[in-house]
Write a new protein. Sequence first.
Length: 317
Amino acid sequence: MKTVVVIPTYDEKENVRTMAKAVLDLEPLTLNLELLFVDDNSPDGTGDVIEEMMKTEPRIHCLHREKKEGLGRAYVAGFQKAIELGADLIIQMDCDFSHDPKDIPRLIEAMKDADLVIEAASENINIKKQIFKTLSETCKPETILSSNTSSISIAEIASAVSDPTKVIGMHFFNPAPVMKLLELIPGIKTSEETLAVLRDDVGPKMGKVVITSKDHAGFIVNSLMEPMINEAIYLLDSGVGTKEDIDTGAKVGLNHPMGPLELADLAGLDVVCAVLDVMYNDSKNPKYAPCPLLKRMVSAGLYGRKCGHGFYDYTDK
């Protein structure tokens, strides 16, 4: 299985070498893995660094784009380039087609002969159901249709397809090429055969540690993580501690690799808020109600690392 990992650079000149090494050092995929950077031609020299790496590493590729094209079109172009590279599996980070919905049909057209499709659109049930409806009408009958949703019901997503036995949740963790965990979520109609293919074959071949969760809002990991992030935001909002002290408390006192506010910035505050909304609407449990500060920040466009501002300022990083 040839895997192409598609990664946008986000003007991160200092990070591309580290990310390239982290991805290409992965096992057991090393011999069949290639890396495609989607570069935005920014003046910081990121593209030059990528071009330099390409001279000595044939598994690294670069697709140059213009910022004015928008992320949706850039990601579709990255997907098409990965297909040209002969990818059997494409891992695309921060894939959010809600910015350019008209690109979805062109992406789907490329998937007609796929054995496995991994959808990674934004946490919006209407967008996901439209994608799965189109996939069901386009892909061959035996294709497994999986969603990288962080919280939305697999059964509800599967209601849009003709054969719900082939639909399953396949939840990766950010950054997907580096993080080892894969959370599988069978829906109420998902077949044991579909689950077994991903649990016993695809997941291990990708070098993942596989766990299985019931189709419960938030599944296992987010049911643990999202309330912690939400509580950290409440602590910040109420003045119990500074953002630095809250994150340091988690890192040093709980031995977490990063603090909850840092983690929220990495995941995207809009994503965190959307996941909490889904969990709260499903359960009506007040512990999942997004903190008002989080909602205000999302409304203000402060999404975290991907836009340069969240709980921390990333404009100089």
